[in-house]
Ligand binder design. Structure first.
Ligand SMILES: C[S@@+](CC[C@H](N)C(=O)[O-])C[C@H]1O[C@@H](n2cnc3c(N)ncnc32)[C@H](O)[C@@H]1O
Length: 235
């Protein structure tokens, strides 16, 4: 049975508690591959030549920084509802940061040419509501890029990865951040998050035309690129 989406208050508290060590844990646990994953998103976004980009759930700002590098003349806005995470982004000189809830964005409709969300949608209390807000703030035919964890295809690799995800990763993260429980939640949230065709169907149900998923690193991460196609069914 699918798990319910995470609770906002829990997510905010969890990211507040690990904000200062978030980057270190990220780079350590991914073996530095997180740079490569964000680079891939920023290259994809740059190809659409956007002038206004929203990086939602920007956290400590690494994707906003990669996007700004890839699109030097674009205005990149980073938004997140967790202040301690935004403070980390501010320390790294991300210029435009807004504290905002992805489920109720403080932007007018059709403001952005591209919206990105990396490792963020999975943490939101309603995937549909968040995607509908992304749809609203995107201009017609605007680009949405969702990057998030997934699982390798069924088989031995998936089981080995699960062992790492549920038993090894929380221990390493516990030593690094002092908050192993935040990373136990990570494993649970990945298991509960739609992936592959489930995710493309979800994105399309919110008014986008979604390309087939691009799987990276044996499927532990997936990238979904979609175009705003119609009015969101919930609008
Ligand atoms: C795993 S971090 C990802 C940060 C960054 N995008 C990255 O690639 O490292 C998830 C972020 O999502 C944010 N987040 C979760 N739910 C949110 C919501 N409803 N509105 C805004 N931000 C949210 C959290 O505060 C956290 O900073």
């Amino acid at each position: 049975m699918p798990h319910p989406p995470p609770q906002q208050e829990f997510v905010q508290k969890t990211f507040s508690s690990i904000a200062g060590r978030y980057d270190l844990a990220n780079h350590l646990l991914s073996g530095g591959l997180d740079f490569l994953w964000r680079h891939r998103v920023s290259r994809l976004v740059a190809a659409s030549r956007p002038s206004h980009i929203l990086d939602l759930a920007t956290g400590s700002g690494d994707l906003a920084i990669a996007l700004q590098k890839a699109c030097p003349s674009a205005q990149v806005v980073g938004a997140d509802f967790c202040l301690p995470m935004l403070e980390e982004a501010r320390r790294k000189n991300v210029p435009r940061l807004v504290q905002a809830d992805a489920l109720a964005l403080p932007f007018r409709g059709s403001t952005f040419d591209a919206v990105t969300v990396a490792f963020g949608l999975r943490n939101m209390a309603s995937f549909e509501k968040a995607l509908s807000e992304m749809h609203r703030v995107l201009r017609p035919r605007g680009l949405l890029v969702v990057l998030d964890f997934s699982l390798p295809p069924k088989g031995p690799l998936r089981e080995i990865y699960r062992l790492y995800l549920h038993h090894i990763l929380p221990r390493i993260a516990g030593w690094t951040t002092g908050h192993a429980e935040a990373y136990e939640y990570l494993g649970e949230s990945i298991e509960a998050f739609p992936r592959g065709a489930g995710m493309t169907t979800l994105i399309e149900s919110c008014g986008f035309r979604c390309e087939p998923p691009r799987r990276m690193c044996f499927g532990i991460v997936s990238l979904y690129a979609a175009q705003k196609a119609t009015q969101s069914p919930t609008q």
